[in-house]
Design a protein around this ligand. Structure first.
Ligand code: NAD
Ligand code: LMR
Length: 352
C-alpha cells in the first residue's frame, strides 16, 4: 500500500480533473432548445440540463431558449443566472423570441412554453389557448432543427399539442415526437411505495396508459414491487382500483389547489427523467412511460399521441413493450383515455 504523499496525490487529482475536461472537450455538444424558458418549469429544468443531469455529466450542451416578446426581460435574468452558475458543460446560450432562431440546429426540443391551467379547469380546456402555439413551432422545427431532432412536449394538453406539432412538422418522422407522462409514472410509484411501506426504488414496471389527463390509467396490474405483483404487497384491491388511480389522475389538480400554481419542480424533474430514459438503455426487465405516436399497439388507434410502456434498446431504439397482459378492468380504463384522445384530435382536426 502506498504511503500518503500530498504532492503525488495532488498531481493525480489534477490529472483526473484534466482527463475529465479532455472528455468534455472531445464530445460534440448536444443542442437543446427549451421553450417557455422564463416560466416556472424552465426555472428548474434549465439548471439541471446545464448541470448534466439530463444528458450526462460528460456531455456538453448548447442551450437555445425561446420566449414570447413580453417575457424577454425575465429571460435575460435567467440567462444571467445560468452564466453565474459557471456550468462547465454549457458551451453556448442563445435567448430569442424567434422560433426559427431558437430551433436552429436543435437535437432536442423541449416544448414547455404554454399557459398552465387554473383551479377548476381540465387540461384539455387549454387546447384553444395553447394548441395554436404548436402549429408554428412544429413548422419552425421542420425548417430549422437538426436532422436527428427529437421533440418532447410538456405544455398542456401535452398529448394533443405534440400531435399538432407532429402534423405541422412536415418531413420530421413521427417517431421523433413525445409527450410527458413521466410525472404521472413517478407519482404512481410514490403512491404504491407509500401504501406498501417500501422504498419507491423497489417499485418498477409502472405504465401510464393514454392521456396526461384525468382519464389516464396508472396500470397497477403490470407494475411490480421487488419483481413481484403489486398485489403481493398491497392486499387492498378496492384501493388499487379506486383511490390509487384517482389520486394519480387528480394529482396535478391537487397541487394547483395547494400551491395556487401548477407543479413545476416535479414536472422539470420528470422531463429530465424522460429525456434521460429516451437517451440511455433501459435497465433489463423494466420500462418507463412516455406518450408517443401510436402504431396500433394494444388496440390504441394509430396516429394519436398516447402513453405506453417504452424501452430504449442498447442501440438507442425506442420501442413500445409488447405482450403485456391487459385484463378487462385495464381494457376499459385504456379505452376511456383513448376515447378522450380521439375527441381531442377531432377538436383540433382543422389544424392537423
Ligand atoms: P409558466 O406560465 O410559469 O411558464 C410558461 C412560459 O411559457 C411563460 O414564461 C410564457 O411566457 C411562455 N410562453 C407562452 N407562450 C409561448 C410561446 N408561444 N413560445 C414560447 N414561450 C411561450 O408555466 P409552467 O408552470 O412553466 O407550465 C408550462 C406548461 O407545462 C403548462 O401548459 C403546464 O400545464 C404544463 N405542465 C405539464 C406537465 C406534464 O406533466 N405534462 C406538468 C406540469 C406542467
Ligand atoms: C400536472 O400534472 O401537474 C400538470 O399537468 C399541471 C396540471 O395542469 O395538472
Amino acid at each position: 500500500m502506498l504511503t500518503p504523499d500530498p504532492k503525488r496525490d495532488r498531481m493525480k487529482t489534477d490529472r483526473e480533473h484534466g482527463l475529465r475536461w479532455f472528455v468534455r472537450i472531445m464530445k460534440t455538444p448536444i443542442t437543446v432548445t427549451v421553450t417557455g424558458a422564463a416560466g416556472q418549469i424552465a426555472y428548474s429544468l434549465l439548471f439541471r440540463i446545464a448541470a448534466g443531469d439530463m444528458l450526462g455529466s460528460d456531455q456538453p450542451v448548447n442551450l437555445r431558449l425561446l420566449e414570447i416578446e413580453p417575457a424577454m426581460k425575465a429571460l435575460d435574468g435567467v440567462v444571467m443566472e445560468l452564466k453565474d452558475c459557471a456550468f462547465p458543460l454549457v458551451q453556448e446560450i442563445a435567448a430569442t423570441s424567434d422560433p426559427d432562431e431558437a430551433f436552429r440546429g436543435a437535437n432536442w426540443c423541449i416544448l414547455v412554453g404554454s399557459v398552465p391551467r387554473k383551479a377548476g379547469m381540465e387540461r384539455k380546456d387549454l387546447l384553444n389557448i395553447n394548441g395554436k402555439v404548436f402549429i408554428g413551432q412544429g413548422q419552425a422545427i421542420a425548417r430549422s432543427a437538426a436532422e436527428n431532432v427529437r421533440v418532447f412536449v410538456v405544455g398542456n394538453p401535452c398529448n394533443t399539442n405534440a400531435l399538432i406539432a407532429m402534423k405541422n412538422a412536415s418531413g420530421v418522422p413521427h417517431d421523433r415526437f413525445f409527450a410527458m407522462t413521466r410525472l404521472d409514472e413517478n407519482r404512481a410509484k410514490s403512491q404504491l411505495a407509500d401504501k406498501a411501506g417500501v422504498h419507491l426504488s423497489r417499485v418498477t414496471n409502472m405504465t401510464i396508459w393514454g392521456n396526461h389527463s384525468s382519464t389516464q390509467y396508472p396500470d397497477w396490474t403490470n407494475a411490480k414491487i421487488d419483481g413481484r405483483p403489486v398485489t403481493d404487497f398491497i392486499k387492498d384491491a378496492d384501493w388499487l382500483k379506486g383511490e390509487f388511480i384517482s389520486t394519480v389522475q387528480q394529482r396535478g389538480a391537487a397541487i394547483i389547489a395547494a400551491r395556487g400554481l401548477s407543479s413545476a419542480a416535479s414536472a422539470a424533474n420528470a422531463a429530465i427523467d424522460t429525456v434521460r430514459s429516451l437517451s440511455f438503455p433501459t435497465p433489463e426487465g423494466d420500462w418507463h412511460s412516455v406518450a408517443l405516436c401510436s402504431d396500433g399497439s394494444y388496440g390504441v388507434p394509430a396516429e394519436i399521441i398516447s402513453s405506453f410502456p417504452v424501452r430504449t434498446t442498447a442501440d438507442g431504439k425506442v420501442e413500445i413493450v409488447q405482450g403485456l397482459p391487459i385484463d378487462a378492468f385495464s381494457r376499459g380504463k385504456i379505452d376511456a383515455s383513448v376515447k378522450e384522445l380521439l375527441e381531442e384530435k377531432e377538436a383540433v382536426s382543422s389544424i392537423l
